[in-house]
Every structure is written in C-alpha cells, then in structure tokens.
Ligand binder design. Structure first.
Ligand code: BDP
Length: 688
C-alpha cells in the first residue's frame, strides 16, 4: 500500500512538472540545434549571451555566430547590428539584446537580413507598486516577488534568487533595462540599511542582464528616518542627509539608477509642504545624484479637490517650471490627463514641456481594465497614445517623438510601465496578461512597433504547436484555427472593454476603491467629489458628459492647435472622446444618425457581444493549446462575460433613469435589476 502511495505521489509530481502553468512566459524550451559561437570577450553578460544561443538556437544546424563588441557610428546606446551569423554592438548588453532578437526571429520564422536596431529610449523601466510587506498596490497576480510580510521580509532565499534571475532574463529578452522595486506611495523604510542590503542582492542578480535598480522614495525621509525637524529641500541638514544616504546607496550599488518620486500627490509628502516647488524638490535630489550619474523621475500625477477640472491640473502645475529642472530630472507623465482610464486622450504635457525631459508612464497592471480577470491586450492603447500627434513642433510631433529625443534634445530619455507581476506561477494572474508585459518591453525598445506585430510575436513565442492538446497539427491548421483567430481576439479586446465599460469618452465611472466594477451612481456624499463617478459623467435628465470646451473648463486649450479647435468643435471632435470633451443632450445626433443615447446603448451591447465571441474563439482553439492554459483562460473568459453583462446592465439602467429613453428594442434586455447591482459591494476579488 505504502509503495502505491509513494508511486502515485511521484506521478503527481512528474505530472506537475510537465503541467503548463505559464511560468515560462514567451521563453519556451525546445530542443535546440547545434551552433558554434565565436566570441573573444568573457564576462557574466557574454556568458549569458552564449548560453542563450546554445540553449535556444533554432537556425541552421551547425552554423557559426560571431559576437563582437565594437563601436559603430550607426549603432546607438545598447542597440545592435544583426545578420544571420553575426551580432555586433557597442556594449555587452547590446550583444545580449541582439541574441534575443536573433532567437526570436528564428522562433517566429521572421527573416533576418543585415539590420541595425537602436532602442527608442535610453531607459526602459518597470515600476513595481510593491510594498515592503509584500502586498502590491493594484497588483492582481499575488504577492510581491521582492518583498514579503513578517519577520523574514528581509531574508533572501535561493528560491528568491532563482525567481529574480528568471525575472531578469524575461525583461532582458524584451529590452527592459530598469526596475523600480517599490511602490510610488513609498515607505521611507526602504532607505534603511536592512532594505538597502536586500536591494543590493537584487541589483547583483539583475546586473548581468543589463537591468539597473531604482527606488521610489518618500520625500519626508530625512524627518522620519533621520530624525530631522524638517524635510525642506532648502535646509542644509536635509541636503546633507540625502547626500549621505545617496553615498551609502552607491557604495553598495555603484550602478544604482536613481529615484522615482510621487510628491504632493494623493497625500504623499513633498516640497510644497515647506513652501517649495516641484522644481526645488526634484533639483535638490538631482544634484545629490548627479556625481553618480543617477536620475530623478519626478511624477506629474497631481490633482486636488479644489481644481474644477482634474484633467487640467498636471499641466497647470508643471508648465510654469518648464526649463527649470536639472538635466538629470525626467518628468514622468501618465499617458492620459486623468488616470489610466480605459481610454483617454494623451496628456497635454507631452510635447508642451519643450525644455524639460518628459517620459510616459503606462500602466501594465489592469487597474481600470478588468484586473487579471479580463483578457485585454493593451498594445493598441499604448500605440494610440504614442502615435498621437501633439502638433507642438508641426505635424508629426507624436508623443513618441516628443519623448524619445527625436524632437527635443533631452539629456535622458525613458519610458515606464507599472508592472503586472506577482508571485503567481504565471507571473501576471492571466495568461494573456503576459502579453502586456511583453508589449511594454517591445514598445519601449521600438516605439513605432505596431500592435499587430507584437501580438504576432507573442502568440508564436507563447503557444507552441508542439504543446497543443491535439498531437498532430499541421502548421496551416495551427495558423488558421489558432493563430489568426486568437490574434484577432487580442487586437479587438481593448476596444471591447471600452465598449462594455466606458464608451464614447465616458471615464472614471468605477465603483470607489477597487476600480473593477461599475458605480456610475456614486455621487459625492462625504467623499471628495473628484473621487466619485458623478464628477466625471454629470448625467441629468437633459445631458451627459464633462464640458471641457472653451465654454466649459477649457481643458481643450491645453492642446496645441489644430487639436484645441478640433476637440472644442463638436463637428470635428473624434467620437471616441466625445463625452470627455463635451456635455451633450441625450438626443444629440451622432455620425451614425442615431441619438447619443441609442449609440451609447449599442456600444455596451457590442462590447458584451465581443466577449461572447472571444469565448467562442477560445473554445474552438481548445485542440491547439495545452489543457491547463486552455481551462484557465476559458474560466476567466466566463467571468469576464458575466461581469461585462453587469457593466452593461448597470450603466444602461442607471443612465436610463436620466435619459428616460427606451433601450433600442434590437438590443438584448438587461438581465439584472439596478437595485441589486447597486448593492454589489466588492466581491470583485483580485483572484478569480
Ligand atoms: C491611481 C491608483 C493609486 C496610485 C495612483 C498613482 O488608484 O493606487 O497610487 O494612481 O499613480 O490610479 O500614484
């Protein structure tokens, strides 16, 4: 009996090892072909490059590859030149990036001619909103991979080290070269000796993969940690405290990247507490970091309850300081002017700050896009933002070009993505959420990449025909029945989510706190008005929408012409931003000929139908994918459909109380009662 049990146990373990839990991301093992590597140098980074080639070569069997670190005028920063048999780069990291590119091309079947690839941004950074106790703000994939609660929070185990190495490899494979290890709502304690010792261990593991570590800091650290009476950036004691702290950090971590700062925002301390400005605060830290080549990423995410239009505030607060920041300060601006909503126009700060380095902050974690429950591929959203024309320096002044140094001579260029990574076996909580981590890295490397290309690569790297449930699958079958429909689903998924949550420019109508489900009925009662949906939709029996035209809050004027007029004028305002910029009667005639009310109803209906369609697409894909990932995604899609139905019913029934118009009869009737929907509080757990 005993031996049967142990035999069963061994079988279970063996099965588990082979179960496809998604941990390998887009880096899947296949039997490699033999390859000869010619490389003169020797270093930890070059050994990784060699090992990757040996373990992943899918090119011509027995081919030789030469790796050469040699300067070339056309190769910039950590860029590289590749041919099918050679990789040349200015730096070892460039070699590593070239190796990953070559292997990726072999895997996806894309050809390689001689070509040079240079990164769009010098710094391509993940922002982890991880707290020292291991929880993650807006994290939906389990606890932090860096920190944990309890007494052993500062301990480092072998398991941690392996995980950090896997993390470093995944990032390097898509060109990410920096990571902020803690939440922007920063605990001052990350700057204490115990935490810094752990940061050093992490930095040592990440270094060979070309990844620098950064920390978010709390502006009041000198008072809280140093016992000083103030944290005023003009106080000599405070300056000395930061100088000493920064020296301590660089003694441990000579290539430390710098600080990320959320100051005077949502209750965080900052220079304004002492009558100083953002520039005063940022420059004080920048001066202290300068001797070590460190940078300050100073966030522009600010708003206060007094401002009549939250969307205007970052611009109002930061524009007066254009040109006053040190050259090692970068202003980190969220893609939209409010806050990572399902869809926003780009922030008017992009391109407008001409004498200051500006970087975009994107959110990979799906705080406002269905957490790790909804399948939403975010590359199209980021592409829309990066390719938006600001017109600041004439046509073609896209957000991408205004931030990557092609238009303004920024000393440093960077882009950040708020990570969606946690301890879950598949890292991101949803197998398809991995595609957003992948997409961020690829766009940070090349801000002109198309979403379709990114989806294409990711699917081919992540779902190998050899892993499918059905054993014999021809390449053409896989293409037709898996690759094409799944790619199509990914590319439609963002627009679908907008449709069932907040179409036509509606925004921030989430239930308070969790930002998952609908709460359009929530109105200011003892809560800050700008933290309630009513502030954003302002629906009444006549109209709906936020008037940001010249007659309203005049947010349109923060955009450069011709955009200001285009957004202001109802005839030219894109309908995707309609209720963002305009307050309109329910009967307003849309381009389709429908009333605004009918159009709104149809968007909710279409969004819901899309999810139904995604379910079918995925069910049909069953033979072409392994059983575990199939079932897990299938179950998430079911939940997504149920919740999309709740979104539709909640928004239509709530807004109908105002519009007092019938839901078009061709649309499926709501299946929930508004009263019940209004009672749902949470239950929107982080995990499905
Ligand atoms: C908001 C999040 C909040 C973050 C904040 C930020 O709800 O948790 O701290 O953004 O970016 O969207 O600072």
């Amino acid at each position: 009996m005993k031996w049967i049990i142990s035999w069963l146990f061994i079988c279970v373990i063996a099965l588990n090892i082979h179960a496809e839990d998604g941990h390998h991301l887009w880096l899947r093992k296949q039997a490699p072909k033999p390859v000869k590597i010619i490389c003169k140098g020797n270093s930890p980074t070059l050994s990784i490059a060699r090992q990757e080639l040996l373990q992943g070569w899918m090119g011509v069997a027995g081919a030789s590859v030469t790796l050469t670190v040699k300067r070339d005028k056309l190769i910039k920063g950590d860029g590289y030149k590749i041919t099918p048999s050679e990789i040349q780069a200015n730096t070892e990291w460039g070699i590593l990036y070239g190796v990953y590119e070559l292997l990726r091309r072999q895997q996806t079947g894309e050809t390689v001619k001689e070509e040079i690839s240079n990164p769009s941004y010098e710094r391509r950074i993940l922002n982890h909103w991880d707290n020292p106790n291991g929880t993650i703000e807006r994290g939906y994939a389990g606890y932090s991979i860096f920190w944990r609660k309890g007494a052993d929070s500062l301990a480092v185990t072998e398991k941690d080290k392996t995980l950090w190495q896997e993390y470093a490899r995944a990032n390097a494979s898509i060109g990410i070269n920096g990571t902020v290890l803690n939440n922007v709502n920063a605990s001052p304690y990350v700057l204490t000796a115990g935490y810094l010792a752990k940061v050093k261990v992490i930095a040592d593991i990440l270094r060979p993969y070309g990844i620098k570590v950064y920390l978010s800091i709390n502006f009041s650290s000198p008072a809280i940690l140093g016992g000083l009476k103030t944290s005023d950036p003009f106080d000599t004691g405070v300056v000395n405290w930061w100088n000493a702290k920064i020296e301590e950090i660089y003694t441990l971590i000579p290539d430390f990247g710098g600080f990320l700062v959320k100051a005077n925002s949502e209750g965080q301390p900052g220079p304004q507490d002492f009558g100083r400005t953002h520039a005063d605060g940022a420059n004080m830290l920048a001066d202290a970091l300068k001797p070590y080549n460190g940078i300050v990423m100073w966030r522009a995410f600010v708003y206060s309850p007094e401002e009549k239009d939250r969307a205007k505030q970052a611009y109002l607060e930061f524009m007066p300081f254009d040109g006053q920041f040190r050259d090692n300060v970068i202003i980190q601006v969220k893609n939209g002017p409010v806050d990572f909503q399902p869809r926003e126009p780009f922030s008017p700060l992009f391109g407008a700050m001409k004498k200051t380095s500006v970087m975009a902050e994107l959110q990979i974690t799906q705080e406002y896009l269905g957490h790790s429950i909804h399948l939403v591929f975010l590359a199209p959203m980021w592409e829309e933002c990066l390719q938006s024309d600001t017109y600041q320096e004439g046509q073609g002044s896209t957000v991408a070009r205004c931030t990557d140094g092609s238009i303004y001579s920024q000393k440093h260029t960077a882009i950040a993505g708020v990570a969606n990574i946690g301890l879950d076996a598949n890292w991101c909580g949803h197998h398809f959420a991995q595609s957003n981590w992948y997409a961020f890295g690829r766009l940070a490397w090349n801000n002109h990449l198309k979403s379709e290309q990114i989806a294409d690569e990711w699917i081919r790297l992540t779902f190998l025909p050899g892993q499918a449930k059905q054993k014999t699958i021809s390449e053409s079958d896989w293409q037709q029945h898996f690759y094409v429909p799944v790619k199509d689903m990914m590319l439609r998924s963002w627009e679908a989510a907008i449709d069932y949550m907040m179409p036509l420019g509606l925004h921030h109508i989430f239930a308070g706190g969790h930002h998952y489900g609908p709460g359009p009925w929530e109105a200011p009662k003892g809560v800050r008005p700008d933290w309630t949906p009513y502030y954003y939709h302002r629906a009444d029996t006549l109209e709906v929408g936020f008037d940001r035209t010249r007659k309203g809050s005049d947010a349109v004027s923060q955009y450069h012409e011709p955009l200001a007029t285009q957004f202001d004028d109802l005839a030219s305002c894109p309908e995707i931003y309609l209720l963002w910029f305009h307050r309109l009667p329910w009967t307003h005639k849309m381009k389709s000929g429908r009333t605004l009310w009918d159009e709104l109803c149809w968007h909710y209906e279409d969004g819901l139908h899309e999810v139904r369609d995604f379910q079918k697409t995925w069910d049909r894909a069953e033979p072409y994918v392994d059983a575990q990932r199939f079932t897990e995604v299938q179950s998430k899609l079911r939940r997504q459909y149920r919740d999309a139905q709740i979104w539709k019913d909640a928004c239509l029934l709530y807004f109908q109380q105002h519009s007092r118009m019938p839901i078009p009869y061709d649309i499926e009737r709501p299946v929930n009662d508004l009263e019940d929907l209004m009672k749902i509080r949470l239950g929107w757990s982080h995990h499905n």
